[in-house]
Design a protein around this ligand. Sequence first.
Ligand SMILES: NC(=O)c1ccc[n+]([C@@H]2O[C@H](COP(=O)([O-])OP(=O)(O)OC[C@H]3O[C@@H](n4cnc5c(N)ncnc54)[C@H](O)[C@@H]3O)[C@@H](O)[C@H]2O)c1
Length: 386
Amino acid sequence: MVRFTEKILEELPSVIRGLTFDGEKGLFIHTTQGKKPSLTLSAVEDGAEVLRTTARWMVEFTEYCGKKNLYPAVIGIEGREIQFGLGTNYDEAVRGEGVSSIVSLPPSTNRNDVVRDKIVLVTGGAQGFGEGMVRSLSEMGAFVYIADMNRQGAEDLASSLNYVACITVAKALYVNVTDEASVEAMMDEVARQTGGLDLFVSNAGVLRAGSVKQMKLKDFQFVTDVDYTGFFLCSKHASIMMALQNTASGSYFTDLITISSKSGLEGSNKNAAYAGAKFGTIGLTQSFALELVEDNIKVNAICPGNFLDGPLWSDPEKGLFVQYLKTGKVPGAETVKDVRKFYEAKVPMNRGCQTEDVVRAICYIVEQKYETGQAVPVTGGQVMLN
Ligand SMILES: NC(=O)c1ccc[n+]([C@@H]2O[C@H](COP(=O)([O-])OP(=O)(O)OC[C@H]3O[C@@H](n4cnc5c(N)ncnc54)[C@H](O)[C@@H]3O)[C@@H](O)[C@H]2O)c1
């Protein structure tokens, strides 16, 4: 039985977002002050049961919408100073001047619509696979948080997407996924800005290759902290928010997706720290999935093959192609092109993984309402499940 505590009071926007659930998603809920509420929900008693209170609010909220055939522009709570602006998009919620309409469209069967008007967060979204995901999900109509340690990169990407869209469709957030206080602060900011999330993509990752005989403990731990522990910390704080969103209706499905790797499905020579962490994320995925099913949170992993066009491989100075050429890892290779060909030839489909391939898997997972705890390979046939 979840009771209201001061901490949960800070997370009220997620409960309110759950009240606006339309069968696919909730509205944007922006925390504000000093506005005139159109609807004031009855007071929360300390220690009251969350379920009982949200049931009461649901009645008050539904009565208001039924009478006015409108959503309230701003919701207040008796005895509290904070208010919540509602909107079908971020800018509308910030203005708190009215919600454009009560939308009651049937759920779309078009996979391209599965993230439309939803709120998505991508860690490590400033470059590489993450940047590609941010761009594609934004093109499909999602509002995207770009959460990265590279603050400038995240801000530049958000500005360019907002400039093209002419409304706010993306926001940059600083996060270090290995630091719990930083992850918690990121989620608190999400609660204040939009009231919650529909999809969390745990994508931030690092790789340090090396022989088991020579690898330094600090390098091993660096990889494990980001790739494994980072996924735990993000899942912990995202799932608290997602569970609150589900409280009102009990049917608000959300998704946690981790970007594992083909190295999460089979061992990787002289790359044990990375493969071990990526295997580990699949263990976490299965275990979180079993627990979080009661909150309608689906938890799945995607296991991409090598992103040969991304900076990790193609960077002209530090990229793996250059490194492998210099160290003679690929027998007979004389140019970067030879090294690339060698890796392409390992893939039955004869090419590297692209972000579109990963985004298709994300859309499939979000659309699919009868699957959780899975690891979806996206490897052009290089790794097959058995
Ligand atoms: N590149 C590949 O071939 C490949 C293949 C399979 C899976 N993956 C996985 O896909 C994900 C993205 O890989 P990529 O190649 O695009 O990486 P990348 O190095 O190009 O980008 C990683 C991003 O994560 C950010 N980041 C790193 N540490 C962070 C931290 N502690 N907190 C917050 N942000 C942090 C970086 O600033 C960067 O923007 C990783 O999880 C990776 O393991 C990559």
